[in-house]
Write a protein that binds this ligand. Structure first.
Ligand code: UD1
Length: 422
């Protein structure tokens, strides 16, 4: 079992370059199945979620080449209808996007229920509601979701989501892209990767408008053709490095970011005492490591992202005074890491949706276990800021979403290494 071993207490300094967005990549790569022709997709992060997805798409008959780092060239012209490998589907949450893609391209789909980080119950009822509104007859079992055209066939329609769901918004956009008629998604999610997916699909010939607002309109087209597209930088990866600098102290230029996407995160860290300077496509963060407490409530974009909850909690654990952290997207997310942080000396009281974090002067090293991707990232930050040695177990979670983490942190002066046999 591999672990990360971190010798904490070193401020971070230098430059880090952010990779392409994981959550955009895991939507755009399956979306390429809608295209007849060759798609060149750039800025694709080399993370295990993407590797699994590419293996799944290859297994379905996609011709995929990776001519250089960060570039995927995919041709799905000759892919016939098939069921994606269930074993691979279960390894990845985003494999449910194949439901929308297959329905759009072939009018039917058969996909196993997805896996991925299980930090909360993650229902897909809103995805199904959308597919049904588009005319699909949906059969759900404990293992699979299968769809075929209902009695009136498949056609665009109006769908009003009961909860703001990134996954449902993406899946309905994908499903509607090649269907006749217009689909309108109301109460849609507005995350940057939804806009990125719409931009990708529009580059290939789709007619999608309103992405990034709460009403997305998709006018179905007969076919998409090939083209070139570059994925946006990863908001959460960037936020994780920024939080790491805030917690450990230091001076880092974070390159390849869209500062607008980062405002919900950087404004909070500024409030806590970090100094932030925005440039066109980079952000400089300076921190003395002495932070003050704050109040954060996670919300869908443009609110503070739930995927940054655990990382900001580490900053709070090291800040002066008492902070309050309220989770409004995935209630049970605190359980992934608060106990681990407590074993490093943090003092956190969780009551329902809210954690009260009593800041401490310092944390100390310990052996801790990642329970999901972002919880794991938070434990790495805690280890970087703590005194002594921290060992993070279960790092396969972290490697699902952070490209070359050790290399990037080491270049910033962190003392972290991947120990293969532990
Ligand atoms: C996506 C992100 C994930 C992030 C989450 C919230 C990807 C691949 N993953 O996950 O990193 O943590 O957004 O920003 O982009 N819900 C329902 N029914 C549904 C769907 C969702 O009740 O059919 C609820 C969920 O339980 C949750 C909320 O809606 O409480 C938001 O979930 P959603 O936005 O769908 O998250 P994901 O797309 O799974």
């Amino acid at each position: 079992m591999a672990i990360y071993e971190i010798n904490g207490g070193t401020p971070l300094s230098g430059t880090v370059t952010i990779s392409g967005a994981k959550n955009a990549a895991v939507a755009i790569l399956p979306a390429a199945l809608l295209v007849k022709g060759q798609c060149r997709i750039e800025n694709v992060p080399d993370i295990s979620d993407v590797r699994i997805l590419l293996e799944m798409l290859r297994g379905m008959g996609a011709r995929i080449e990776q001519p250089e780092a960060g570039v995927v060239v995919m041709d799905c012209t000759d892919v016939g209808f098939c069921q994606p490998d269930s074993v691979l589907v279960k390894k990845l949450r985003a494999s449910y996007y194949l439901m929308g893609v297959l329905l759009s391209r072939y009018g039917r789909s058969l996909v196993a229920l997805p896996g991925g980080c299980s930090f909360a119950s993650r229902p897909i009822d809103q995805h199904i509601k959308g597919f049904k509104a588009l005319g699909a007859a949906v059969t759900e079992t404990d293992e699979y979701v299968s769809m075929e055209p209902g009695p009136n066939g498949l056609c665009g329609n109006r769908v009003s989501l009961d909860v703001v769901s990134v996954g449902a918004t993406v899946n309905i956009m994908l499903a509607a892209t090649l269907l006749p008629g217009q689909t309108v998604i109301e109460n849609a999610a507005k995350e940057p990767h939804i806009v990125d997916l719409a931009n990708f699909l529009n580059t290939m010939g789709a007619r999608i408008s309103g992405a990034g607002t709460d009403t997305v309109k998709i006018r179905g087209v007969e076919a998409l053709q090939g083209g070139t597209y570059a994925i946006i930088p990863d908001q959460i990866e960037a936020g994780t490095y920024i939080a790491a600098v805030a917690a450990t102290g230091g001076d880092v230029l974070v390159k390849n970011v869209i500062p607008k996407h980062m405002e919900c995160i950087t404004s909070k860290l500024e409030e806590m005492g970090a100094e932030i300077t925005n440039y066109d496509d980079s952000i400089r963060i300076r921190s003395s490591g002495k932070l003050c407490g704050t109040t954060v409530k996670t919300r869908p974009y443009p609110g503070f992202p739930t995927d940054m909850q655990a990382q900001i909690c580490v900053c709070m654990a090291l800040a002066g005074g008492t902070s309050r952290l309220t989770e409004s997207v995935y209630e049970t997310r605190f359980f992934g890491y608060c106990t681990e942080l407590e074993s490093m000396g943090a003092y956190i009281q969780v009551e329902g949706k809210t954690a009260t974090v009593y800041g401490k002067e310092s944390l100390h090293g310990a052996t801790v276990r990642a329970r999901d991707l972002r919880a794991g990232a938070a434990l790495v930050i805690a280890g970087l800021a703590a005194e002594g040695v921290t060992r993070v177990e279960n790092i396969h979670y972290v490697e699902r979403g952070y490209e070359r983490l050790i290399e990037k942190l080491t270049a910033l002066g962190a003392k972290i290494r991947r120990v293969e046999e532990y």
